[in-house]
Design a protein around this ligand. Structure first.
Ligand code: ARG
Length: 262
């Protein structure tokens, strides 16, 4: 009898310490340590997309989106831990909960809205065509039958498919736009379809590469939103409130002026 009691006692001790460990782990998940009680959200991005997000040689991630999410975090009283993971891994991170917030010049579209939740739009965009300066491409029609590059899984890809068909042989997907620019310079592709502000930035960023931008009004207007997992309404509310506040207090405009001085 004594032995049985002892065994039960030991068992209870084990269960007790296990649940203590359990608690410790979930506290860590919230990451309240060293942040004065403020919650830290994991922000994932694809920092190959200047001026919205890019990585400095120092490793620091900078850009319009980065300033935006930091400003929202500040007015809402939370912290952000920003990580460059790449475009597709970013989407996966939201799916599997490894990331809480994705910000990457992400266009709000019907297909994505099935799977994710988006904040109110924070920036308008459209697709542009990027070509070498000496190209005689004047519109989408001139690209028919030629190799066209875009970042895989983006609205650039969707736009090319919409105009040239889903099985278009010349469609060339890249992991990111800088990789597509490399192939444009070697002539493997004749043009890139990508977000206007970003291809515009490439023209400015690499003056020696002699690139130019071509517009076509068949490209639709797009709106960027900050993305969270579907059903994460609490976080979505936080982000929308923050976005509203920084639009009202002038911070949004300040960030816009910093990156888009006209
Ligand atoms: N706006 C486009 C889309 O949502 C392209 C975004 C690409 N962003 C990036 N950080 N690479 O599909």
């Amino acid at each position: 009898m004594k032995k049985v009691k002892l065994a039960i006692f030991v068992l209870l001790l084990i269960i007790g310490s296990l649940s203590l460990f359990g608690c410790g782990a979930s506290d860590k998940g919230e990451d309240n340590s060293n942040t004065g009680g403020e919650k830290t959200y994991k922000v994932v991005t694809d920092a190959t997309f200047p001026p919205f997000e890019s990585t400095l040689p120092s490793g620091e991630i900078v850009g319009f989106d980065i300033d935006l999410i930091k400003a929202i975090a500040e007015v809402q009283g939370f912290k952000v831990d920003i990580q460059h993971v790449g475009w597709q891994p970013m989407l996966n991170a939201i799916d599997n909960g490894k990331g809480d917030i994705a910000i990457a010049g992400i266009t709000i579209d019907e297909e994505r809205k099935q799977k994710y939740d988006f904040t109110e739009p924070y920036f308008d965009a459209t697709q542009y065509i990027l070509v070498p300066e000496n190209s005689n491409v004047k519109s989408l029609d001139d690209l028919q039958g030629q190799n066209i590059g875009f970042q895989s899984g983006t609205t650039g890809e969707k736009a090319v498919q919409k105009i040239f068909g889903k099985d278009y042989k010349g469609a060339k997907g890249y992991e990111d736009l800088p990789a597509a620019v490399n192939d444009l310079l070697t002539g493997r592709i004749v043009a890139i379809v990508g977000d206007n502000a970003v291809v515009g930035e490439f023209v400015k960023k690499y003056p020696d590469k002699k690139l130019k931008v071509v517009k076509d009004d068949r490209f639709e207007v797009e709106h960027y939103g900050i993305m969270v997992k579907k059903g994460n309404t609490e976080l979505l509310k936080q982000l929308n409130e923050g976005l509203k506040k920084i639009k009202e207090n002038g911070k949004y405009q300040e960030i816009k002026n910093k990156y888009f001085a006209e």
